[in-house]
Design a protein around this ligand. Structure first.
Ligand code: FAD
Ligand code: SIN
Length: 529
């Protein structure tokens, strides 16, 4: 298959980029599950954007930089904040419907942790669903976009596949597309393209408890790392403070907007504890709230804390949070009358494949956008609801230089080989893959979670090394399969998180270590791999 553009992933980032390119180029969009199965579709709180007269870009810039704990790239923050409102308006022009005051007045703007103003544009508590479905409708109607659902990108095609040695220290690599597994048939297609866009989202699944859906296995970062792209800041894994604690709920998110509307965190003795940790209380940035909850749970030996919004009028709760209300009710919790049991869960990858201000990676012909990318916006901690915004802004910005690259620089070398499956067999016991996935998630949660230490990281490194060796041996001997590739990618991403965490000898933003509990100016730089 050859197209001008290959987009891998169908969340806000991939769909937006496909639409930007499709009026000028042929686009293949591959996605490993159904088109709308993406982190994007689960986003609740909304999109942070300066839309109100009494708000100002400078404030949003400041809030983003404060949350990022000294590691945000201020130029990038300026770009995102200043271009964001126009991107949100374009979404509305495409048909996205956001909540308005009294049904048809001005936009209702919500509040979330770390924001100094109400600036969260939202569709009740199902903003991601609204964004995803608005974009999917456009993509499916565009004659120049060919969507391949249930197609799994296995690896990027680079000079390495032409038999040329690429040094990790001085990589000068071009990307010519990707090998893509058609899941229904087991066929691996050679999908070539002038421009390849990674929009594969994050990696929450490397942890045992995560708000992310099953597709979030860090494939993009792992593929890019294998292709020798520059990867940065992977130690900054964001834990959302409030996922529903219930044996059957699978870390369902309770939006930060619940705290924005007055929700209060209490321990099991009924005591409000956040003011002891931060003057901003429940609306402190996420790293602080998640660490405070972790501290309460450890000190008190309890399994969860309570998030209580039941003091607000029941009708207002049901209107603003219909998804959360209905879901909690399914588990027997009426949030208008009782507090919600919550714990922190892995939520967002702040680091990723390093890009410039137009989404270009260190590999020619390879772009990255959305959660897979490390643009410099988030620094050491992402401000709430800045992520959908980042995807919209960078997918828009990437299009003009990508079109120019197509015109001036892109080429398809001779001799790109098809996927080589010789010497491999049908994988034997699938249970080996599921056991290793389970073990990896436990290691990452136990040793590389909210609080880290040198000893824990060393232990995690040793355990993941063993999993790596076993999985590589299995991979080399087996026909390619999605579960095995995902496991391999999750191990690669875990390795990157551990290595970045080991490199950072300080505590900053989301990276907190008992051995270096304070930030150090000398360490105030991105961690590069
Ligand atoms: P995704 O939306 O995750 O899309 C990635 C796509 O890549 C998927 O289609 C996936 O199937 C595909 N893919 C992955 N690997 C492969 C592969 N190997 N081959 C083919 N396809 C592949 N952010 C906000 O700004 N505001 C919010 O309110 C908010 N709420 C959130 C609530 C929840 C529960 C979660 C999980 C996240 C939330 N976030 C929020 C974060 C935000 O949703 C994500 O960061 C953002 O949607 C990422 O968009 P994306 O397009 O980069 O990736
Ligand atoms: C939430 O609704 O709390 C999630 C917001 C985000 O992750 O940005």
């Amino acid at each position: 298959m050859h197209h001008d553009v290959l987009v891998i992933g169908s969340g806000v980032a991939g769909l937006t980029f496909a639409l930007r390119m499709a009026d000028h180029a042929s686009v293949a969009l591959v996605t490993k599950a159904a088109i709308d199965e993406a982190n994007t579709a689960y986003a609740q709180g909304g999109i942070a954007a300066v839309m109100a007269d009494d708000d100002a870009p400078e404030q949003h810039i400041e809030d983003t930089c404060i949350a990022g704990a000294g590691l945000c790239n201020r130029d990038i923050v300026e770009i995102v904040v200043r271009e964001g409102p126009a991107r949100v308006r374009e979404l509305m022009d495409m048909g996205a419907t956001f909540t308005r005051i009294n049904g048809n007045g001005a936009l209702h703007l919500g509040r979330e942790g770390g924001h100094s103003a109400n600036r969260i544009v939202h569709a009740a508590d199902a903003t991601g669903y609204e964004v995803e479905h608005t974009l999917v409708e456009r993509v499916q109607a565009h004659p120049n976009i060919h969507v391949f659902e249930a197609h799994y990108a296995v690896d990027l095609i680079t000079e390495h596949h032409l038999g040329r040695h690429v040094s990790r220290l001085r990589p000068d690599v071009h990307c010519f597309g990707a090998y893509v597994l058609e899941k229904a048939t087991g066929t691996v297609h050679t999908c070539t393209a002038g421009v390849t866009m990674l929009a594969t989202g994050g990696c929450g699944q490397v942890y045992r408890h995560t708000t992310n859906p099953l597709v979030a296995t860090g494939d993009g970062v792992a593929m890019a790392y294998r292709a020798k792209a520059r990867v940065a800041n992977m130690e900054f894994m964001q834990f959302h403070p409030t996922a529903l604690y219930h044996p059957e709920a699978d870390s369902f998110l309770i939006s930060e907007a619940v705290r924005g509307e007055g929700g209060i965190l209490r321990n099991q003795a009924g005591e409000r504890f956040m003011p002891e940790y931060d003057a901003r209380g429940e609306l402190a940035p996420r790293d602080i709230v998640a660490r405070a909850i972790d501290d309460q749970l450890k000190q008190r030996g309890e399994s969860h804390v309570w998030l209580d919004i039941s003091h607000k009028p029941a009708e207002a709760i049901r209107t603003h949070f219909p998804t959360i209300y209905d879901t909690c009710l399914q588990y027997g919790i009426d949030i208008t009358a009782a507090p919600i049991p919550v714990v922190p869960a892995a939520h967002y990858q702040c680091g990723g494949v390093q890009t410039d201000a137009h989404g270009r990676t260190s590999i020619h012909g390879l772009w990255a956008t959305g959660e897979v990318a490390c643009t410099g916006l988030h620094g050491a901690n992402r401000l709430a609801s800045n992520s959908l915004l980042e995807g919209l802004v960078f997918s828009h910005r990437a299009a003009p230089p990508a079109l120019q690259y197509l015109r001036d620089d892109a080429y398809r070398p001779d001799g790109i080989p098809d996927w080589d499956a010789s010497g491999t067999e049908q994988p034997g016991e699938h249970v080996l893959v599921t056991h290793n996935r389970d073990e990896l998630q436990r290691v990452m949660s136990n040793y590389v979670g909210i609080v880290r230490s040198n000893v824990r990281l060393k232990r995690a490194r040793r355990r993941t090394r063993l999993l790596y060796e076993e999985t590589e041996a299995h991979y080399k001997a087996s026909h390619v399969s999605e579960p095995l590739c995902e496991l391999r990618n999750m191990i690669a991403v875990s390795y990157l998180i551990i290595e970045c965490a080991r490199q950072r000898r300080e505590s900053r933003g989301l990276h907190y270590t008992l051995d270096y509990p304070e930030p150090h100016d000398a360490e105030r730089r991105a961690t590069l791999v």
